[in-house]
Design a protein around this ligand. Sequence first.
Ligand code: TLP
Length: 346
Amino acid sequence: MEYIDLRSDTVSHPTVAMREAMAKARVGDDVYRDDPTVNQLEADAAEIFGMEAAVFVTSGTQGNLCALMSHCQRGDSIIVGDLSHIYEFEQGGMAQIGGILPRTVPVQADGTLCLDDIEKAIYPDDEHKPVTRLIGLENTHNAAGGMPISAAYTTAVAEFARNKGLILHIDGARIFNAAAAYGVDVKELAAGAHSVTFCLSKGLCAPAGSILMGSHDFIRRARRARKALGGSLRQAGILAAAGLIALHEMKDRLHEDHEHAMLLAEGLSEIPDINIESQNTNFVVFSLSQRAKLSVDAFVGSLRAEYNIFMSPYSRGEKHVRMRTHYWIDKKVIEKVVAAVSSVLS
Ligand code: TLP
């Protein structure tokens, strides 16, 4: 990449191997289920997660919405974190398109939801109230700064959900990062969930696409929802070919991104006026001290103008700067970033 882009891991370009695989991909019309590469990606993903079936969707947002629309009736309510991506960053698609009412509970600093809070958010069986249908978790948790959620916690929520007759959906956009952080199989992180999504196009580097998984019957309904949302593609094997490399190869190197995020945080922490707020998985969040000569916006603007380095100003109360490492951010790039930040602030 001719510039250094740390705004997100979504910015990662496909690898050379992905571009070659895309050029050679065997394709067919996926709406007829004729695309062998899509079929293989779906089958492999389901097997890796220990789920019955999977469907390729265009994005994480579409995967989450297909899941909610397939699990819920219009008028149902779901319990999600107040800082969850599904609630905060998907334009309220569940309400706008699915007719689903979100009921939020606070996201804890570690990205989890308290079971007591969830319990209180379940509507009683009362005709005045919507029917509570589902609990949504997020792993890793974006707004909590890339916090990985443990298998023990997920299993506890899954058991709680089953006891209450509720469905558990996991927005696992970066669940492979959580698996890398805990050194566990994703199967363990998905155990007990009724459905899980993960993204091929974030740290896994594919140009587009996500996977939604669950039971055969659920995936049949999710395919219908995907069609209604305009997400049924034709020769999608071109994308799935990159997805297969993401799934089989790129997931195994995510620990490198985590090590790089740690190096980046360490390097930046040496610079006066930089306070590291958090570093989890491939996320680094920092703030500028009161004494810094630049505001966050001016700092981000100078890095872009003078060094072609892109970071995201990020505001929840106080303004912070957000960075994510990915395949294209190696040790040399990190050295350049630390030197540039130091010079912009000196
Ligand atoms: N998140 C993007 C932006 O939308 C904020 C990012 O740069 O992090 N779940 C989670 C936890 C996500 O972080 C995202 C993307 C999604 C779902 C949606 O995925 P896409 O962008 O593929 O629709």
